[in-house]
Write a protein that binds this ligand. Structure first.
Ligand code: HEC
Ligand code: HEC
Length: 597
């Protein structure tokens, strides 16, 4: 992309934006239709530029020209992204989803990927000559965009929506944009972040609302150095995106209480998100009555460590999820088959386990109440159905009063109450109290220079942040946080750096016999990783150094495993020794205080 053209384009909107901002205070009339008109016009331009791209493809224009045209399309999309992503959640995967098959285990379907990232793959992955296929991709995208255009007028852009979708866009920029997650090959992510901010300026202008001047400062910062590997993401977040998030929160005030039919797992601004605020673990529970209260949490904590939960009084949850080891057991694999699983696996930490849409390495369970049921029934584990456990507990001194306090509205105490109390305890285990969290909250002494450098690598050159999303650093997809993702990275059976063999555990394939799920495992959180060795579903790696080496080599396929479905990029990472040290130092900054027991 020609730099001068881009700067001129971005500069022109800046003028309009700052003019609008200077008019602030004169109580500008709000134009609810403004954003609708903006979306229609911008989508028309995008469809037109896609047509121009398609023509250039057919005329076999040189690759740099094709890429330049593609960059214009991406820029136009960034302008409408906040609206499209908010109102067309079912469709966006086809517009700007990853260039990987969309696997729907619910109905046994696999949808081939479509959209901008597929086009990117053609243009940057060496297939630009595939004229028919590429033209077809472009045509499909145009069709989807026409659908957006035709259906957008059916949505009312309420002030509450506008407030939320603007923050969503900032969150998307932080987690999926500057990390390169949605432009993995072109690496035009810094340019695109500038387009995103410019899009927000124009969206607000269309509503006759002023943008805070900090937006323009951020755009300039982004354009000052667009090199993907060098970009200082931490500085950008702290000095630009977080202040913008606060300024827009104030600018777009609305009276809350509208549109809250669904209980969202996260509600808040980017600034709040990066301080670990705004999560609601109860949103992942299946029923409203499952909501936590302090008495439930206290009871659950007691039950968690009570061996009376097992038939022969021999084990409790804490036998494997040991509080002193950050709720792990320090073993490669647990000594028992647990939670209804069929294979021995590594015991995951329960810190942040509640902030996931699904539980277990193979994502086989949706709620904590559910998975606790499995442990309790299973003969190899506790060996007592929860209903029997409930009767047993009620016969013991003290518990009746505790249950009464925790469940004042329940007539009798049964399976649900026992499971729900333990789940409430697990839901209380997301402390967000690591040095990283303190740093994001403004305590710049909390992290050292090397750790900040490590964060920048994690979010950039090392690509970790494209799967372990900031700030939970697990696979729970921002900004909605309603879908925990799995990936195929090729974890080996044993430590070998050449001619390795894949671990026999089939992962999600065991649950849904779909080829695209073979060896797929949940992306676990990296929070507290420094305290939860050994690593991976089979505990194959004893140290973070080994984990980083695995990624450095390109995952399973880099150590000799034949794995064409691997979703981790195949290429080696080119991390220097200092890079690796910094990455590990960053992961160490994600250590919370140990659990109190
Ligand atoms: C014998 C050891 C053992 C016992 C006892 C045990 N767990 Fe687990 N837990 C595991 C292992 C191993 C896994 C991973 C299993 C898998 O993914 O297939 C796991 C997974 C979990 C998960 C999913 C976390 C995630 O991130 O996916 C939760 C939550 C959990 N256990 C809670 C509990 C609770 C609550 C109890 C007591 C009712 C309990 N566990 C008892 C070993 C144990
Ligand atoms: C393609 C997505 C993807 C990328 C990119 C990625 N990871 Fe992972 N990560 C995963 C998955 C999936 C697992 C679990 C795999 C398994 O156990 O089979 C995992 C596991 C881990 C674990 C082990 C956690 C535990 O509790 O066992 C650590 C640590 C980790 N990753 C760090 C990193 C770092 C550092 C990077 C960047 C160098 C990175 N990851 C890049 C998907 C990814």
């Amino acid at each position: 992309m020609k730099r001068t053209v881009m700067v001129v384009l971005l500069g022109a909107t800046a003028l309009v934006a700052s003019w609008l901002y200077s008019c602030q205070g004169t109580a500008l009339p709000k134009h609810p239709q403004g954003a609708q008109v903006y979306l229609q016009q911008q989508t028309d331009s995008l469809i037109l530029y896609l047509y121009k791209l398609s023509l250039a493809v057919q005329q076999k224009k040189p690759l740099p020209e094709l890429r330049e045209r593609f960059a214009v399309c991406r820029r136009l999309y960034k302008g409408i992204e906040p609206l499209v992503e908010y109102y067309f959640q079912g469709l966006v995967r086809r517009i700007n989803g990853p260039a990987l098959p969309d696997v729907k285990p619910e109905d046994g379907q696999v949808w081939p990927p479509h959209g901008l990232q597929v086009i990117e793959q053609y243009l940057y992955g060496g297939d630009a000559g595939a004229v028919a296929a590429l033209s077809n991709e472009i045509k499909l995208l145009q069709t989807d965009l026409r659908f957006v255009k035709a259906n957008m007028p059916h949505h009312t852009i309420s002030p509450a929506h506008l407030h939320e979708l603007v923050q969503h866009q900032l969150i998307r920029m932080a987690a999926l944009g500057i990390s390169g997650a949605d432009a993995p090959l072109s690496q035009l992510s810094m340019w695109e972040a500038a387009y995103s901010l410019q899009g927000l300026q124009r969206l607000l202008a269309s509503q006759q609302m002023a943008s805070p001047p900090s937006l323009q400062g951020a755009i300039q910062y982004l354009l000052a150095d667009t090199a993907f590997d060098r970009f200082d993401r931490m500085a950008f977040l702290r000095q630009h995106l977080i202040p913008i998030s606060r300024a827009l929160d104030t600018a777009l005030t609305f009276s809350p209480g509208v549109d809250t039919l669904m209980r969202p797992p996260f509600k808040g601004t980017l600034a709040e998100l990066l301080q670990g605020k705004g999560f609601d673990a109860d949103a992942y529970a299946a029923y409203a009555v499952a909501a936590s209260n302090p008495a439930k949490v206290a009871l659950g904590k007691q039950l968690f460590a009570d061996r009376a939960l097992s038939a022969n009084n021999s084990i409790s949850c804490a036998s494997c999820h040991q509080p002193s080891l950050y709720f792990t057991d320090g073993r490669p694999q647990a000594t028992n088959l647990v939670h209804g699983g069929h294979l021995l696996r590594n015991t995951p930490s329960l810190y942040y386990a509640a902030l996931q849409s699904h539980q277990f390495w193979d994502l086989r369970s949706t709620t904590l109440e559910d998975q606790i049921n499995e442990v309790m029934r299973n003969g190899q584990e506790f060996g007592l159905p929860a209903a029997v456990t409930a009767r047993r507990l009620m016969a013991r001194p003290g518990y009746a009063a505790l249950f009464k306090q925790a469940f004042p509205a329940s007539d009798s105490i049964g399976s649900f109450e026992v499971r729900n109390a333990i789940a409430a305890y697990v839901r209380s285990l997301s402390p967000m109290a690591s040095p990283f969290d303190r740093y994001m909250a403004g305590d710049t002494a909390a992290m050292g220079q090397q750790q900040v450098q490590g964060f920048n690598l994690f979010m950039g050159k090392a690509k970790c942040g494209t799967c372990h999303f900031v700030p939970l650093f697990n696979g729970n997809l921002p900004p909605w946080f309603t879908k925990s993702e799995s990936e195929i990275i090729g974890v080996p059976l044993s430590i070998r750096w050449q001619a390795a063999q894949i671990d026999a555990d089939e992962g999600r394939y065991r649950i849904n016999r779909m080829d695209d799920l073979l060896y797929a495992f949940k992306t676990p959180t990296v929070r507290n990783a420094a305290k939860t060795a050994p690593y991976m579903h089979n505990g194959v790696y004893a140290s973070l150094e080994q984990v980083v080496d695995f990624y450095q080599r390109g995952g399973g396929s880099g150590i000799g495993i034949e794995l064409p479905t691997q979703t981790l990029p195949f290429d080696s990472l080119q991390l220097t020794a200092a890079d690796k040290k910094a990455l590990i130092a960053f992961m160490e900054s994600l250590t919370d205080p140990p659990p109190q027991y």
